[in-house]
Design a protein around this ligand. Structure first.
Ligand code: IPM
Ligand code: MG
Length: 358
């Protein structure tokens, strides 16, 4: 397996270093793979005039899997002026990569971690119910719809983005979600805003129709506002959630935080082939970059997802997940999930501990 390593910027490089320690530990246990690092830094804009250097483009195209850290704020990206067009923003390189590689199904599992009971902002009885996967559509919606942009003279400018879904885009994500639900507790909740948006009425209609081929899966539909509420009131009622790009972005942050920290949450972005892009769901967190306080576990658990989905190596994936739980049960905690009785460690120490467990 060829793995493209794309650390990105912000906390990306430091959490990626921990993921590499974990991969090295598996390598010395016999796992075979090749890695090659690819730059995709915000700084690449200044140096190369592009967020996605050609070499990186070629590398991610030919890799079997891409391990991605985080991308976001560079000096340019922090400039939120609307006339700085999307293609010049570093984070657009991530969106480009997701779309160019046809990685349309973004799986974001969220599961209660008993070792971290008490770190969740939820009441313990509710937190304990958490065991769901958000299947977020990743190639369409407001993220990519045209027309888009800001036009007009200052004072009377108009901003436009377009929520757009083609029927086949809804169909394929619905199939991915139904297939996953079939392997789990056979419950699928589709989240939309069909009461207001035509695009979302189409979404609901297509998901319902695809559902006819999966009679063994119980399908329910929720509007996104109600879903945000039910997620807090009754998290145990969710097994698989399928939703669009924007709602999935929002709800997956909410669900991840319900575990105790967004820093714990891995993801897999899959397409039609076996290729996948694996990244934690958090961003580049420039405010804590370089301070050795970021939680590397979302990144490390993304390696487990990579081994499971792109390599089909359930054993190696399980070893990583087991090592993470053992380290947590030894009391090691990064600052985001620190509680009384825990042992506060930094990013590097947490990575070392997980690698040592493996
Ligand atoms: C995510 C992130 C990205 C997104 C940003 C960094 C572009 O929030 O992966 O959830 O909005 O998809
Ligand atoms: Mg997000």
């Amino acid at each position: 397996m060829k793995i493209a390593i794309v650390p990105g910027n912000g906390i990306g490089p430091e959490i990626m270093r921990q993921a590499m320690k974990v991969l090295d530990a598996l390598r010395s246990n016999g796992l075979r793979f090749e890695t090659q690092e690819a730059p995709l830094r915000g700084e690449a804009i200044e140096a190369l005039g592009t967020t996605m250097p050609f070499a990186t483009h070629a590398l991610v195209k030919e890799a079997d899997a891409i391990l991605f850290g985080a991308i976001g704020a560079s000096s340019l990206d922090r400039n939120e002026e609307p006339d700085l067009l999307a293609p010049e923003r570093p984070r657009s390189a991530l969106l480009e990569m997701r779309r160019d590689l046809g990685l349309y199904a973004n799986l974001r599992p969220v599961k209660h971690i008993p070792e971290l009971a008490g770190a969740s902002p939820l009441r313990p009885d509710l937190a304990a119910q958490l065991d769901l996967v958000v299947v977020r559509e990743l190639n369409a919606d407001l993220y990519f719809g045209e027309p888009r942009g800001v036009s007009g003279a200052p004072g009377s400018r108009v901003g436009v983005n377009t929520m757009r879904y083609e029927e086949h885009e809804i169909e394929r994500i619905a199939h991915a979600a139904f297939r996953l639900a079939r392997q789990r507790r056979r419950k699928l909740c589709s989240i939309d805003k069909a009461n207001v948006l035509e695009t979302m009425a189409l979404w609901r209609d297509v998901v319902r129709r695809v559902g006819e081929s999966y009679p063994e899966v119980e399908l329910r539909h929720l509007y996104v506002d109600a879903a945000a509420m039910v997620l807090l009131r009754d998290p145990g009622s969710f097994d698989v959630i399928v939703t669009g790009n924007l709602f999935g972005d929002i709800l997956s942050d909410q669900a991840a935080m319900m575990m105790g920290s967004i820093g714990l949450s891995p993801s897999a972005s899959l397409g039609a082939g076996g290729k996948g892009l694996y990244e934690p769901i958090h961003g580049s967190a420039p405010d804590i970059a370089g301070k050795d306080i970021a939680n590397p576990l979302g990144m490390i658990l993304s390696v487990a997802m990579m081994l499971r989905h792109s390599l089909g190596d359930e054993t190696a994936a399980g070893r990583i997940e087991g090592a993470v739980r053992r380290v947590l049960s030894q009391g090691l905690r990064t600052a985001d999930v620190m509680q009384e009785g825990g042992r506060l460690v930094g990013t590097e120490a947490m990575g070392n501990a997980v690698a040592a467990e493996i």
